[in-house]
Write a protein that binds this ligand. Structure first.
Ligand SMILES: NC(=O)c1ccc[n+]([C@@H]2O[C@H](COP(=O)([O-])OP(=O)(O)OC[C@H]3O[C@@H](n4cnc5c(N)ncnc54)[C@H](O)[C@@H]3O)[C@@H](O)[C@H]2O)c1
Length: 437
């Protein structure tokens, strides 16, 4: 079986590579020539654990190819994935220009039956727009070529994307024809063999499933942050509460960590887009509006604790920041809570030295010379008034406290991810601030 994947970002590259790993011949296409050149020379444009090895292996086995031109790739393909970005428009709705641009190109180039599978996260109804865009190009060419559209939203999480793709909880597929269903069944044969549930449904339900999933996860985060803030006011400990409620199988243990808010390339934009979808139909998603509001407020929470500690004035104070990516094990800084905290700190006159295990280049692209960059986690703390923990990378969880003590001017830690035990911090002589403690 042969497929084409349009868009070689976090989702497209993982999808293409993992499907090649299952024995399918995959051509990944991206308009970004630099990305394609890098991939063709053995480099990987993103940080994703385990991805490089898979790309090398499948390229060597001639199952995985990279090109900057869609031309000439579709003739032999049974299906084409659209995995391009759907960033938020100014009004919060999903910008579909990349998806529909890709659909238009497909319509210009297919010459036999093809299934056009949208993997990008798109609002309900987008697949009909994809279908119309492909058909419009076929009409313009004056040809009658059969095709189907299908929705196959992606649920991988950055940092563990390979495992998520290869061993998913489920694969969600929206189809409207038996022929498309048969192609998708062949495409996901490896997963069927591994007992992964393949959930076929209608296309609007598949599109909605993705938004409902991300919105549910964002809701859990905001809910726990709200509870954490109340814990601070009542003397309860949010981590104990998390254990208490997470042990209830109806609730489950995941996505219950309090912190400084969710970020990343998906939750903020998907929650916004779903609210917008509701509004377009005259329906107000009140829960999600509150989820957004709580998240915005939570992003200022650590800043509030910092300024309060210094009596409202942090001008000239030096802080060492650990963690810049929106979560551990990725270099993705899209909508990262670190960015809003850094902006607030800079505006208030603080001097910042930052460190992240993999997002330093990305940080420089976003922040330039406005902050200092440390070569390692301890160097970020040299002469600093306090340590600020912003992303819960594993190496930050088990630091050498003697090194921290030596580097800091005062033993103060603001822990935005609750990675340290307040009791232990007290024993070590630190002034410690967590979230919901
Ligand atoms: N990043 C995630 O964790 C994640 C998880 C699940 C779903 N999604 C969804 O998947 C989609 C892609 O997300 P991403 O993070 O991979 O985006 P990305 O920005 O990392 O990658 C998109 C890529 O598409 C390319 N592109 C745009 N138009 C193109 C065209 N016409 N032809 C060829 N290439 C084109 C861009 O150059 C870019 O490399 C989004 O809708 C996102 O919401 C993302």
């Amino acid at each position: 079986m042969r497929i084409v994947v349009i868009g070689t970002g976090y989702v497209g590259l993982v999808t293409g590579t993992c499907l090649a790993e299952t024995g399918i011949t995959v051509t990944c296409v991206d308009v970004d020539q630099t990305k394609i050149d890098l991939l063709n020379s053995g480099g990987i444009p993103i940080y994703e654990p385990g991805l490089a090895e898979l790309v090398v292996r499948n390229t060597e086995h001639e199952r995985l190819f990279f090109t900057a031109s869609l031309q000439g790739t579709l003739q032999a393909a049974d299906a084409v994935f659209i995995a391009v970005g759907t960033p938020p428009d100014e009004d919060g709705s999903a910008d579909l220009s990349y998806v529909l641009g890709a659909a238009k190109q497909i319509g210009q180039l297919i010459d036999k039956y093809t299934v056009v599978i949208t993997k990008s996260t798109v609002p309900v109804g987008t697949n009909w727009k994809v279908k119309a865009a492909v058909q419009a190009e076929l009409d313009r060419r004056g040809v009658s070529i059969p095709f189907d559209v299908a929705s196959n939203p992606e649920f991988l999480k950055e940092g563990d994307a390979i495992n998520d793709f290869m061993m998913p909880d489920r694969v969600v597929i929206g189809v409207e024809s038996e022929k498309a269903k048969e192609v998708l069944n062949r495409l996901y044969h490896f997963f069927v063999l591994n007992n992964v549930p393949i959930l076929f449904m209608d296309i609007p339900s598949a599109e909605m499933t993705k938004y409902a999933a991300n919105s549910m996860l964002a809701t859990r985060i905001s809910f726990m942050n709200d509870i954490a803030n109340l814990c601070e006011l009542t003397g309860a400990d949010v981590d104990a509460v998390k254990r208490g409620i997470g042990s209830d199988t109806r609730i489950g243990k995941k996505f219950l960590n309090a912190g400084i808010g969710y970020g990343g390339s998906c939750f903020p934009k998907d929650v916004k887009a779903l609210i917008k979808t509701g509004e377009e139909r005259g329906y107000h998603l009140e829960v999600l509006k509150a989820v957004e509001k709580v998240n915005e407020r939570q992003k200022s929470r650590l800043f509030g604790k910092i300024t309060k500690h210094y009596g409202g004035d942090i001008r000239g104070r030096r802080f060492g920041i650990w963690g810049l990516s929106f979560k551990p094990a990725t270099d993705d800084m899209r909508e990262a809570p670190s960015l809003s905290l850094i902006e607030k700190l800079l505006e208030a006159g603080a001097i910042l030295t930052v460190f992240d295990p993999v997002a330093m280049e990305e940080a420089y692209r976003k922040l330039g010379d406005r902050v200092h960059y440390a070569p390692n986690m301890y160097a970020a703390l040299e002469g600093a008034d306090a340590l600020l923990v912003v992303t819960e990378w594993q190496e930050f969880k088990v630091p050498k406290f003697t090194y921290i003590e030596k580097a800091l001017k005062e033993k103060v830690i603001f822990d935005g991810r609750n990675i340290y035990d307040p009791g232990q911090m007290k024993d070590f002589g630190y002034t410690y601030y967590g979230i919901g403690k």
